[in-house]
Write a protein that binds this ligand. Structure first.
Ligand SMILES: Nc1nc2c(c(=O)[nH]1)N[C@H]1C(S)=C(S)[C@@H](COP(=O)(O)O)O[C@H]1N2
Ligand SMILES: [Mo]
Length: 313
């Protein structure tokens, strides 16, 4: 099914998903895509190829087609329906972009996105991705361990938590009040969760830069937690001594906890978390059992030793 090369076809005639499916290298074990070139214009932002190496944390499942991963999204800044981000996020401008770092560090820092993106070799990592709404995908993300970035910021010992804040700019986003979210979108991790090698500072997927609706140009991915922990289009990172406020917990604390570890045994008050609708290439998605910590229990369960995960959901 995977054809090795499409170089005979002009890039203007192929979509990013075609490019990925036809030329994708890490699935076939071929050499990583070299250099960066424009793949296809999409509104103001054109996805570019990323030079990557195969990451060591990938699952062997077949990725969800890019087309589905970029047309069924949660990004409430652009509307609350699953199709809204794909329809509206072209207004987002991923360059120029800066990331401010503040709080418990020696002095506040501001990084240009390209400095952050080029700081470490970019890895392909195929991760399971589980939304709290009981659907899931398998996504080949591109990034490097967030811990590398944290170390570069030299946080003070008092830093126990990290907060991620997304862009909230009415010139580029709708920011609907109807969503109930108090902008900017805020998420957070405990420091040991943030430092875990699975936590990915993410710049791309499917071998190319993130599409705007996926949270371009930079997001966080925490594969053992529900998708809402993975803040998109991050502009600020704060090191804190206390647990930060987080958007979904603000909105409905009984439904969405700070930890949000994927837990088939802890039901959402309005639906079960025991199974998930796996969005893959098939027309009729399968219902599959949800795994504790989304299948990453061997890697991360020890972070929560002694904690009652029914209480700290
Ligand atoms: N800034 C921001 N980040 C966000 C969201 C959002 O609405 N705004 N939604 C979250 C939720 S609920 C999920 S499931 C994932 C969806 O990521 P995807 O659209 O790439 O699948 O993004 C998360 N990050
Ligand atoms: Mo979600």
């Amino acid at each position: 099914m995977l054809i090795k090369t499409t170089t005979a076809i002009p890039s203007s005639e192929i979509t990013p998903q075609d490019t990925f499916l036809n030329r994708r290298s890490f699935l076939t074990g071929a050499a990583a895509v070299a250099g960066a070139g424009i793949i296809a214009p999409q509104g103001l932002w054109a996805a570019t190829k990323l030079s990557t190496t195969p990451g060591k944390f990938s699952v062997s499942e077949t990725p969800t087609p890019l087309k589905k991963a970029t047309s069924y999204n949660n990004f409430y800044e652009f509307g609350t329906d699953k199709g809204d981000p794909a329809a509206n996020a072209h207004k987002l401008k991923p360059r120029p972009w800066t990331i401010a770092v503040e709080g418990a560090i020696q002095k506040p820092l501001t990084f240009d996105i390209d400095t952050v993106q080029n700081y470490r070799p970019l890895e392909d990592r195929v991760y399971r991705f589980r939304c709290v709404e009981a659907w899931s995908m398998v996504i080949p993300w591109v990034g490097y361990s967030f811990s590398e970035f944290v170390k570069a910021c030299s946080p003070l010992p008092s830093a126990k938590y990290i907060q991620f804040l997304s862009l909230a700019d009415r010139k580029q986003m709708d920011l609907p009040d109807s969503s109930g979210i108090n902008w900017p979108y805020s998420e957070g991790l405990r420091m040991d969760e943030a430092m875990h090698p699975l936590t990915l500072l993410t710049f791309g997927s499917y071998g190319q830069t993130l599409e705007p609706q996926q949270g371009a140009p930079i997001r966080i991915i925490v594969p053992w937690k529900y998708g809402f922990k993975s803040a998109k289009s991050i502009v600020k990172i704060r090191f804190l001594d206390k647990m930060p406020r987080t958007s979904w917990n603000d909105l409905a604390p009984e439904e969405y906890g700070f930890y949000a570890n994927v837990n088939p045994k802890h039901s959402h008050p309005r639906w079960s978390q025991a199974s998930e609708r796996k969005i893959d290439a098939s027309l009729f998605p399968k219902q599959v059992a949800t795994l504790p910590f989304n299948g990453y229990a061997n890697d991360v369960a020890s972070l929560y030793n002694g904690m009652n995960l029914d209480k700290f959901y």
